[in-house]
Design a protein around this ligand. Structure first.
Ligand code: PMV
Length: 320
């Protein structure tokens, strides 16, 4: 039996602008994760069991563009493995027995916490290793990015990267990966609007805005890029309390990009009123999650205020 796990993630700075080549910062969120187990199965074929989404099916009965089928087919193709006959975990083609893949995830779907990328990363790791291929992080990241591309059209690659490496990253599309070390740990409260919103939609809307008002949007992306750059220096130099103001500024630019929402704005206001040092929406927007920068003392009061202001749930997480 082979197991693999991948964390959730949250974007601290630079979402959307990152699609246009500007830097962004993202960190793993280990309180939520996707877990995959691959074992031999007495049932012939490749069986996918994902209780979260009520799925118990043989691979070939899924449409090839189904998110889970796409990961598996891509991996087989990339590794030069023919799934017929089913490759067995011990490396020999097997006739009767099959593989059982069990997928569990505590990451809410379509909420900016990277649920799709985390499942892809864990699935690629568990399945490749069950079939006797040990992949580097770089290879896992390439597979996970391919799947993001299938589902999001023009993803920057930030989700799969931060989740594959499970470390804070300073990310610029197409550049070598740069991990970040926080000079001093800091605490975030993540507040979930409970509204699932497809990133593809908000990314497409920003593109329309960018096409219509190119000059202004390019300025906005440049301003956001400066925020990400400053944030990186602040994080590395261990003065995280200075991030709050930058988060507020980043949120205002995301509002201008039209990707915030009344619910996200309400949670951002509630967090600041309860003593957060700053707050912003995070990820694709229009729903999903927001983040607030807190001290160990304000973490609980901010979390309570978010729940009172309508958050479906909160997560308190430390960036170390
Ligand atoms: O997956 P989400 O919702 O956290 O958003 C990804 C961040 C975007 O910048 C909006 C899109 C991208 O591909 O980088």
């Amino acid at each position: 039996m082979t197991v693999a796990s991948a964390p959730g993630k949250i974007i601290l700075f630079g979402e959307h602008a990152v699609v246009y080549g500007r830097p962004a910062i993202a960190v793993p969120v280990t309180q939520v994760h996707a877990d995959v187990e691959v074992a031999e199965s007495s049932r012939p074929g490749i069986w996918i069991h994902a209780p979260n989404v009520d799925l118990d099916v043989e691979l070939n009965t899924l449409p090839s563009d189904h998110p889970l089928a796409a990961v598996i087919h891509n991996l087989f193709f990339g590794l030069g493995i023919s799934p017929h006959p089913i490759p067995s975990p011990n490396g020999r083609g097997s006739k009767g027995e099959g593989l059982g893949i069990t997928i569990n995830s505590t990451i809410p779907v379509a909420s900016g916490l990277g649920s799709g990328a985390a499942v892809s990363v864990a699935l690629v790791r568990a399945l490749s290793s069950a079939l006797g291929h040990s992949l580097t992080d770089e290879q896992v990241n390439v597979f996970a990015y391919e799947i993001e591309r299938l589902h999001h059209g023009t993803p920057s690659g930030i989700d799969n990267t931060v989740i594959t490496y499970a470390k804070p990253v300073y990310f610029i599309k197409g550049h070598p990966i740069e991990t970040l070390k926080a000079g001093r740990p800091f605490t975030l409260v993540i507040g979930d609007t409970g509204i699932s919103a497809p990133t593809k939609q908000s990314v497409a809307d920003v593109r329309r805005l960018w096409t219509k008002n190119n000059l202004r949007m390019e300025q906005v992306f440049d301003e956001v890029a400066q925020l990400s750059l400053m944030a990186r220096r602040i994080i590395e130099s261990g003065q995280p309390e200075m991030l709050g103001d930058l988060m507020n500024q980043n949120h205002a630019f995301l509002q201008e990009m039209t990707v915030s929402s009344p619910e996200l704005d309400a949670l951002v206001r509630a967090a600041c009123k309860a003593g957060a040092l700053g707050a912003k929406m995070s990820g694709g927007g229009r729903g999903g999650n927001m983040i607030a920068l807190v001290t160990p003392e304000t973490a609980e009061p901010v979390s309570r205020s978010l729940l009172a202001a309508g958050a479906r749930r909160t997560i308190i997480t430390q960036v170390a």
